[in-house]
Write a protein that binds this ligand. Sequence first.
Ligand code: ZN
Length: 244
Amino acid sequence: MRAVVLADVHANLISLDAVLADARSHGEFDELWILGDIVGYGPRPNECVSRLKEFRHRALAGNHDRAATGVITTKEFNPHAAAAAAWTADNLLPETVDYLAALPDTVQAEDFTLVHGSLRDPIWEYVFTVEVAAAHLELQTTTYSMVGHTHIPTVVEEQKADLPTLRRLSAGERVRLKAARLILNPGSSGQSRDGDPRASYAILDLQARTFTHHRVEYDVGKTQQQMREADLPRYLIDRLALGR
Ligand code: ZN
């Protein structure tokens, strides 16, 4: 079984299509695993949801998906994110709202638990520190888990009698799935924040027992143009080219 693992698509259809084309160039895959924040920030929420529906996939909700359907308020969002969330909510088709509203907080697939934030707080908490990673691992009943939300490709490895280790994945890096419990983050396909503006994703291969991180260039200018046409906040448009 091969799955393409995506997080934080953020309504960026240009980068999503670049990721799907790149993933195909690495071989056939069976499913998409989507770690939340399909919408929010970007200009093509309905189109991104329709594209994902073309594939067999498993998905769950992030904070932006919950805000788009009105389940949570945007008062904890920064002003740019709140403005984009309001735009998103105004522009969703009814079938997109139905799809997003039905997304669960967590999904179990094979020996993996999938969640947007952390298992302690699926919608909001960032697995940015070893302390949060340790709290997450305590709640993790599968050998492996996958998270998004930070927009930073990361691997956390549990250590015996010590805090886990947490480090960034470099482009093209391959993590071997062994007995050690892991938290894997593929980075963001739609709004990179690690200083590299390329789209970030991973391919999980359960036969080879590998999780391989990938980076792919996409036409950032085209997404920025769509954002300008939608009158989305300037700050959000500019950050895409910087990858932060
Ligand atoms: Zn996000």
